[in-house]
Design a protein around this ligand. Structure first.
Ligand SMILES: NC(=O)c1ccc[n+]([C@@H]2O[C@H](COP(=O)([O-])OP(=O)(O)OC[C@H]3O[C@@H](n4cnc5c(N)ncnc54)[C@H](OP(=O)(O)O)[C@@H]3O)[C@@H](O)[C@H]2O)c1
Length: 186
């Protein structure tokens, strides 16, 4: 005889579960070359459409935090949902779903209710946030580039590589790249 194992959670328990604070996940998402370059003259030094597709798939529906220079870059990536731009400027021109914060702490405070936040860079912001991150989505472009903005030198013993996918060079991609997901373990 088949028995129905579906259990109904009582209302009083649901209300307790809903009050348990869920730890916010902070994820860095970046693309760097083998020599840790992430930018040159305020833009990406490469064009890799499949990496951008991965970026949009991964970040869909989540809020972004970025530094003012990344926000003003010609190839800036903005969330359709919420963006927090870190800057001390008094006359920052913001978009409709953008807010300004004056520090990383203030940016995270503005997104306090969000379960998952993506930090998009650039170099200054990554340097101030790697110690806060739970996850790093890191695309590695397997090539050396000239650059003026760099991903921080991470202590990888604190991280576990949970997924890595190699993308070969092809007619749309001049360079081999890998998409890697790291989870903090220490
Ligand atoms: N490959 C990638 O994944 C990736 C991702 C993003 C960006 N990038 C590249 O990275 C480069 C930009 O990086 P960047 O380091 O030059 O600039 P950034 O980190 O994007 O922005 C720096 C600006 O953020 C503000 N800021 C930083 N820390 C602050 C703090 N604690 N309090 C208040 N404001 C703060 C300041 O703005 P104010 O001067 O207005 O006060 C500062 O000038 C570009 O080349 C871009 O293309 C690459």
């Amino acid at each position: 005889m088949l028995c129905n194992t579906t259990k109904v959670i009582p209302l009083w328990l649901t209300s307790i579960i809903n009050q348990i604070p869920v730890k916010k996940q902070i994820a860095l998402i970046a693309a760097m070359s083998e020599n840790r370059v992430i930018g040159l003259q305020n833009r990406l030094p490469w064009h890799l459409p499949a990496d951008w597709e991965h970026f949009w798939r991964t970040t869909a529906g989540a809020p972004f935090i970025m530094g003012r220079k990344s926000f003003e870059a010609a190839d800036a990536l903005l969330s359709d949902y919420k963006n927090v731009i870190i800057s001390n400027s008094k006359n920052l021109a913001l978009c409709s779903n953008c807010a300004q914060a004056h520090s990383v702490a203030e940016a995270l405070q503005l997104l306090a209710d969000e379960p998952l936040v993506f930090i998009l860079g650039g170099a200054q912001i990554f340097k101030q946030t790697t110690h806060l991150a739970d996850l790093i989505y890191l695309t590695i472009v397997h090539h050396h580039f000239e650059g003026d903005a760099f991903f921080p030198d991470i202590n990888w013993t604190e991280w576990e590589l949970v997924q890595s996918t190699i993308h070969p060079a092809d007619e749309r991609h001049a360079y081999v790249f890998s998409i890697n997901i790291y989870k903090r373990i220490a």
